[in-house]
Design a protein around this ligand. Sequence first.
Ligand SMILES: [Zn+2]
Length: 66
Amino acid sequence: MISVKSLGAEESAMPQYEYLCSSCDKKFSSILTLADHDQGKVKCPKCGSTKVEQQWAAFFATTSKS
Ligand SMILES: [Zn+2]
């Protein structure tokens, strides 16, 4: 039986989220697992604030198909 359920997920596209820090207005993007995202483990890389606003515009599913 072939069961391809890799926990590494190296080859699958990772969701990239974009955030805007409401403390310092820094915009940044973060690649998170859904679990991390759900737990709100997102901090501004500039000021460390967790008051970040998610921007929904950026969701990249990268494919290497040409
Ligand atoms: Zn900030």
